[in-house]
Design a binder for this molecule. Structure first.
Ligand code: FEO
Length: 394
């Protein structure tokens, strides 16, 4: 591990997971980075750790700056194992009796993940910890995205250690936003869509709270990916935009197919949507990963879901995608269902039930075509696309 100095007395310790492609089911096209941070002051402080398999690497990184036994305090902003997986290894190295600061929920959660009885020091929003010239303050961010989540702020340097918030699953030897191209934003967006979307309303409240507290922020240091130092306001504004979920004139036709009939329907619906001036895209569920589709769903004004009927039910990929989407609760969309069938044809009705559970306005009862769509059937699909397009444009 190569420690990176981010300002006087503060270092980033990045564990770079180049080969990761599956982050608990979310596709990480460019791996990820687990960032821990070390503050050198009268009291030497480690903020967060890294995934267990990088524990030795982290100890090596700390050791390049200071003897790990000289670390006085450890801060855990978040219990999830990508940030606390090597906590036991770290505590063993720095000293099991060293104070471990975390939220009250962090204390509970860490106690359930680890059997060791460490010197827990629970903190709450507004708690302060003086390190010497620098001081830390804590802000609990419950459910962003776990109950234990909190962020840590260094007033003297105006640096926010933001835990998962503002992160990206991204690997690079570059560590700062000004060292990477504009390409970083899609990674930040995909991360938001798959990790934080469910809590979009809480993100907006948090941004308001940070404004109300008057926290000046010169740098945001997340636990994944690059650090925002050139323009931290850019990622904050992007979070506000993504959380607001303003629907664009954009429609996604998300489907799977058995013998291409539902595919033909999907492609004809896309034509109808485009005829109404919408940006329309078919997304086959075995050609696109669900986390890429959810990223596209973020600003789509319409989602059109298609499934053939299989064994009186939904095609499994469609069912799985609807479960994933329902969990993340994207908002402000209109929707419709479609699908081909042989003899029973329940799929459209089952999709409608899921779309209604997501509180989407259904613009059509659902288009079903038996076996293979003929010319008239394809026209019905185009008409459905146009109907959805007209409904979205109001
Ligand atoms: Fe990056 Fe919620 O862990």
């Amino acid at each position: 591990m190569k420690p990176i100095k981010i300002t006087d007395g503060i270092y980033c310790l990045p564990a770079i997971d180049w080969n990761l492609r599956d982050f608990h089911g979310y596709v990480a096209h460019r791996g990820t980075t687990y960032n821990a941070y070390l503050i050198i002051d009268e009291k030497i402080t480690l903020i967060d750790t890294v995934k267990a398999e990088f524990g030795d690497d982290l100890i090596d990184g700390i050791g390049q700056i200071v003897d790990p036994r000289k670390v006085d305090y450890v801060i855990s902003n978040h219990t999830e194992m990508d940030h606390s997986g090597s906590l036991a290894r770290v505590m063993q190295e720095v000293g099991e009796d060293k104070p471990l600061y975390c939220s009250a929920m962090g204390h509970k959660n860490l106690s359930r993940h680890f059997t060791q009885q460490w010197n827990y020091q629970p903190v709450t929003t507004g708690s302060e910890l003086r390190l010497g010239k620098k001081s830390l303050s804590f802000l609990e961010t419950r459910m962003l995205h776990w109950p234990d989540s909190m962020v840590t702020y260094v007033k003297e340097d105006k640096i926010l250690f933001s835990s998962d918030a503002f992160g990206q699953h991204y690997t690079s030897l570059a560590r700062f936003d000004d060292e990477v191209s504009e390409d970083i934003m899609p990674f930040a967006r995909e991360y938001f869509a798959n990790i934080l979307l469910l809590y979009a309303d809480l993100v907006l409240k948090l941004v308001d709270k940070v404004k109300e507290m008057g926290l000046a922020i010169d740098m945001i240091c997340p636990d994944h990916g690059i650090l925002w130092r050139k323009d931290p306001g850019r990622i904050i504004n992007a979070y506000v935009e993504w959380s607001t979920q303003k629907p664009a004139d954009k429609a996604l036709v998300i489907y799977d197919t058995m013998w291409h009939s539902t595919q033909k329907m999907a492609e004809a619906i896309v034509v109808g949507l485009a005829e109404e001036g919408l940006l329309a895209k078919p997304m086959h569920l075995r050609s696109f990963h669900r986390s890429d589709i959810i990223t596209e769903v973020l600003d789509a004004g319409a989602v059109v879901i298609g499934s053939p009927t299989l064994n009186n039910g939904l095609f499994p990929t469609v069912s799985a995608f609807l479960t994933y989407m329902k969990g993340l609760k994207p908002k402000n969309k209109i929707a419709a269902a479609f699908g081909s069938y042989g003899w029973s044809g329940e799929a459209a009705k089952l999709i409608n039930q899921e779309l209604e559970a997501m509180k989407y306005d259904l613009v059509d009862p659902g288009l079903r075509i038996q076996y293979v769509p003929d010319g008239g059937g394809l026209k019905s699909c185009r008409d459905l696309g146009r109907k959805i397009g007209q409904a979205l444009k109001g």
